[in-house]
Design a protein around this ligand. Structure first.
Ligand code: AMP
Length: 188
């Protein structure tokens, strides 16, 4: 049986993070915590919270830190996560979220943060080619800009606590997955 893993996965929109997370979950049996999925479920339920969240999301803006931090804290405390480990996808998105995460779990409560790096021109091309409904040009650009301005500081912050590994995200799904598992298996 593989070891329990506790991972944060970073990557720009279009970096292939969703695909790689699905493969990683299958291999390591950890709980997939996607804040985007959690928020989309709330939107679909049509709750008051969902309606508020959708205002941010449809414009390509981040929902406020305090809201999302509370949601993730609750999820991390659940038995399945404690027992099987986790793969955080889409969180943290800001340095404040990163700090809150490590405050909650302690640095030893996270094995590794992995950044799947795909350069901006490459993700722009990929996104233009797939035409998803949440891919309207303005919202895409805002998300990419937010990633540089808000999320990259969170990525770098994991570097300052010695938890960050960068992976080259250009290549086939299998190649990128191979790079990921090699790095993860040597760190856990
Ligand atoms: P994602 O599927 O991860 O791209 O998330 C979709 C949208 O949900 C994002 O564009 C944000 O509006 C919102 N969102 C997801 N995760 C977070 C987060 N950690 N902090 C703030 N907003 C988030």
């Amino acid at each position: 049986m593989s070891k329990r893993v506790r991972l944060v996965i970073f990557g720009r929109q279009g970096a292939g993070k969703g695909t790689q997370c699905a493969l990683l979950i299958e291999r390591y049996g950890a709980v997939h915590i996607s804040t985007g999925d959690i928020l989309r479920a709330a939107v679909a339920e049509g709750t008051e919270f969902g309606r508020k969240a959708n205002e941010y999301m449809s414009a390509g803006n981040l929902v406020p830190d305090e809201v999302i931090i509370g949601i993730v804290k609750d999820r991390l405390a659940k038995d399945d996560v404690v027992a099987h480990g986790f793969l955080l996808d889409g969180f943290p998105r800001t340095e404040a979220q990163a700090r809150a995460l490590v405050e909650t779990l302690g640095a030893s409560g996270i094995d590794l943060a992995v950044n799947i790096d795909v350069p901006l021109p490459v993700v722009r091309e990929r996104i233009a080619g797939r035409g998803r409904s949440d891919d309207n040009a303005e919202a895409v650009e805002r998300r990419l800009q937010d990633y540089e301005d808000k999320t990259m500081p969170a990525v770098r912050w994991f570097g300052t606590i010695g938890k960050l590994v960068e992976i080259d995200g250009v290549g086939t799904e299998a190649e990128v997955f191979g790079r990921l598992t090699e790095v993860i298996d040597t760190h856990i």
